[in-house]
Design a protein around this ligand. Structure first.
Ligand code: PEP
Ligand code: MG
Length: 594
């Protein structure tokens, strides 16, 4: 990631374009907040009232240290005894003035108490706010002063500790977060009412960071490999999350064009919103169930807007992120109850903890070696079975939430029948424990289902169907593990292809196995939310789709235009193909795009 200090003299206002993967649609205009590399794993933190003084003292010490450092540099500049030395001396003098109660230092001091944030966060916010004000002035002299402020700010940050911390959840309104990489937990901290867009160097389209971006409805472009140069905190930026483009310091023509584009997208989504009260039924009368995937309670609002018929996947791991300790049973129960009650009688499928791989939750895996909870390591149910205490607590919270509406329980990353059996035993144990505690339980235990997202599980779907009450296809991981292509790695984004015949055959086999066993089957990977693929999935026999709420209207529209018998015929034709390019062509042709 570029240094935050902009070299004086370069033309800062030149338009620059960085193509990447458009992972969350929409066009956003805002001000860049650049997050340096190396800090992504450090959580931001709020402070308690009683710690305000300590934090203010830390800032004062860091500022004093910076003053000593600058004075030392100044005396060296004096020794140079030439023009460059004089210039440097004057510059350092300006830095000293800034360190002596300037807006930067005063503003940061105030923020610590007013917003209860750590000193690093306060400095960062103050720089961002000053940058925004200066940017509006459009003056090269001012732009150079901005560089000085950043330089001084960075020096204070360095003095405060090895790693500057950034308040991702407390950025000014209209911010666009630019980072080398954002973890799913980082993305989950963003507040869509203040952060309007995201651009990163790294990341794939189906990784959890992308999924959370879509969930929050924040237009995002990930994997913009060239972003390494030329974007700084305070720059004006446009994120075109539909086309996969980041524009820095856009010129008037680009601004006009992208404003038009945004208006068109808004119009299209308003048109789709009219489908809210319409059922998801194909032209020939086949009924589909469209449910929502959710990560954060904040998404409940969106679910209401699109009239989802339940939650097909609640990714419970997000309750464990961005916090130093694991949530208690009561905390988990409260979050789940809020969601179950909010669904007004529609079912909520709660998945047990799926941390590991790119989904880090320090409270759970913080003390483990990096090589333990990898994509092929202790992920999902594997970790839960090694920590039955955590699993049992989760089950208790789910069972209690099930008193408030229909709940289903889903197990992630299953590979063997015995994993499901062990989990069921722990579920029964949790129920017995609640009974002993005299806690009210639902009449029947919630159905316990298995995610089919590992190729081995898909090939053994018939066996897993015997021990499961329902199956849910996780096409994201199924694609990743089948094709050995990391879903979060932009370098293999083109290999990550859910239309690869191998993936489709596994989906077909799994669907058939569930039907034979007469248990419900759904799909909750990103494929489910792609209207271009609706025909194929419907043609393979799937009727329950769970997706990011924002995709529901488009998929519903596709279903309402579709003929289920014709879809089945087209799926048969597709399943005879060996090449994903040809498969896509056959689909596009059916969808009327060819
Ligand atoms: C999947 O793998 O398709 C899935 C739905 O689970 P997640 O994306 O959370 O891994
Ligand atoms: Mg998965």
């Amino acid at each position: 990631m570029p240094d935050q200090i902009r070299p004086v003299g370069i033309n800062v206002m030149k338009e620059q374009r960085f193509p990447g993967l458009g992972v969350s649609p929409g066009v956003a205009f805002g001000i860049a907040h650049v997050r340096e590399s190396g800090v992504v794993d450090i959580p931001e933190y709020e402070i308690r009232k009683k710690d305000v003084k300590t934090e203010e003292d830390r800032l004062v010490r860091a500022v004093r240290l910076a003053q000593r450092q600058v004075r030392r540099l100044q005396s060296r500049a004096k020794e140079m005894a030439n023009e460059a030395g004089e210039e440097l001396w004057a510059l350092l003098d300006a830095y000293l003035l800034m360190l002596d109660g300037s807006r930067l230092v005063r503003g940061a001091e105030k923020r610590i108490g007013a917003q209860r944030i750590n000193a690093e966060a306060a400095i960062q916010m103050e720089i961002a706010v000053i940058s925004e004000a200066f940017q509006a002035m459009d003056d090269t002299y001012i732009a150079a002063r901005l560089d000085d402020i950043r330089e001084v700010g960075n020096r204070i940050l360095l003095n405060l500790g090895k790693h500057p911390l950034r308040p991702l959840s407390a950025l000014p309104k209209g911010s666009i977060v630019i980072a080398e990489n954002l973890s799913p937990a980082d993305m989950a901290q963003l507040d869509p009412s203040t952060v309007v867009g995201v651009g990163t160097l790294l990341g794939g389209a189906e990784g959890h960071t992308a999924i959370v971006a879509r969930a929050l409805g924040i237009p995002s472009v990930l994997g913009a490999t060239d972003l390494i140069e030329g974007v700084h905190t305070g720059d004006r930026v446009i994120i075109d999350g539909s086309a996969g483009l980041i524009v820095v310091n856009p010129g008037p023509d680009t601004l006009k064009r992208l404003e038009r584009r945004r208006a068109e997208l808004d119009k299209a989504s308003k048109r789709l919103a009219r489908l809210k009260s319409q059922p998801a039924i194909s032209r020939d009368g086949t009924v589909f169930k469209l449910q929502a995937n959710i990560e954060l309670p904040i998404e409940m609002k969106m679910i209401g807007h699109v009239a989802a018929e339940g939650v097909g996947l609640l990714r419970s791991e997000f309750m464990f992120m961005n916090r130093p300790t694991v949530p208690t049973e009561d905390e988990q129960f409260e979050t789940m109850r809020h969601i179950v009650e909010g669904m007004n009688g529609y079912p909520v499928t709660i998945r047990t903890l799926d941390v590991g791989a790119e989904k880090a939750a320090n409270a759970v895996i913080g003390e483990m070696d990096d090589s333990v909870a990898t994509a092929l390591g202790l992920r999902g149910i594997r970790l839960s079975l090694l920590r039955p205490d955590l699993l049992e607590t989760q089950f208790c919270a789910m069972l209690r939430a099930a008193n408030y509406g229909p709940v289903r329980i889903l197990l992630p990353m299953v590979t063997t029948v015995s994993e499901v059996q062990q989990a069921r035993k722990i579920l029964e144990k949790a129920a017995a424990r609640l009974k002993r505690r005299k806690v009210k339980l639902p009449k029947d235990l919630p159905p316990l289902g298995t995610m089919i997202e590992v190729p081995g599980a898909a090939l053994a779907a018939d066996a897993l169907a015997q021990v499961s009450d329902f199956l849910a296809i996780g096409s994201n991981d199924l694609t990743m593990y089948t094709l050995a292509a990391d879903r979060a790695n932009e370098h293999v984004a083109s290999l990550f292809d859910p239309l690869h015949p191998a993936v489709l055959r596994l989906i077909q086999f799994t669907t058939g196995a569930a039907m034979k066993a007469r248990i419900p089957i759904s799909i909750c990977g990103e494929m489910a939310g792609d209207p271009q693929l609706t025909v194929l999935l419907a043609g393979l026999g799937l009727r329950e789709f769970s997706m990011s709420p924002s995709n529901i209207p488009r998929v519903k529209q596709r279903i309402r235009e579709m003929d289920a018998v014709a879809a089945s015929n087209r799926a048969n034709l597709i399943m005879d193909q060996v090449d994903s390019g040809r498969i896509r062509m056959l689909l596009d042709d059916f969808n009327g795009l060819a």
